[in-house]
Design a protein around this ligand. Structure first.
Ligand code: URA
Length: 188
């Protein structure tokens, strides 16, 4: 499947009921040859209205962290594990994540990024399991986990979701430190 086919398939997806209530699918944004891919949870209200990931309050915080550490948002690809907004911004269910995550798998296999950053426990839990790491997101948060792949070394990091820092500003610095490590590894 190429990108065009993938995007058309996501737009047409009716695998779970979230398509009935969302305004549009939020597929992802950024250069498709980016060395780093950020994976959040699911679109919120602003994302649902604009069709772009991380454009609400959490997104603005993420942008300012990325600016501060010198990793501009325009250079990274951002997506979510679930492509449709859950009603009232509720957490996506296990079933919704399981049905939607194959789209993320195809995105990642087309992009082959050097680093995948899971923002928060929803994408963190899914990606740790996919990579065979038998740990909880909170046990490996902030660690760059290396993997050998057919196209070279790849890293997975589970970072705090930027929304967590909206309610707990001391986490902002911690996210900055986590993402600085990501920046270092893509420079080499
Ligand atoms: N939170 C997410 O996890 N994803 C978005 O796209 C926006 C907010």
């Amino acid at each position: 499947m190429n990108w065009e086919e993938l995007e058309e398939s996501i737009k047409a997806c009716q695998k779970c009921s979230l398509y009935e209530t969302c305004t549009q699918k939020v597929i992802g944004e950024g250069p498709k040859n980016s060395k780093v891919v950020f994976v959040g949870e699911a679109p919120g209200r602003e994302e649902d209205l604009t069709g772009k990931p991380f454009v609400g309050r959490a997104g603005k915080l993420l942008n300012s962290i990325l600016d501060k550490i010198g990793l501009p948002r325009s250079e990274v690809y951002i997506t979510n594990i679930v492509k449709c907004r859950p009603p009232n911004n509720r957490d996506p269910t296990d079933n919704e994540k399981a049905l939607c995550s194959p789209w993320l798998d195809i995105q990642l296999s087309l992009m082959k990024p050097k680093v995948i950053v899971a923002l928060g426990r929803h994408s963190g839990g899914y990606l740790l399991e996919k990579y065979g790491v038998k740990k909880k997101p909170s046990q490996v948060r902030g660690e760059l986990l290396p993997f050998s792949t057919l196209f070279g070394k790849q890293y997975l990091m589970v970072a705090y979701h930027p929304a967590a820092a909206l309610y707990n500003p001391s986490l902002r610095e911690e996210i900055e430190e986590q993402l600085k490590k990501v920046k270092e590894v893509i420079k080499n």
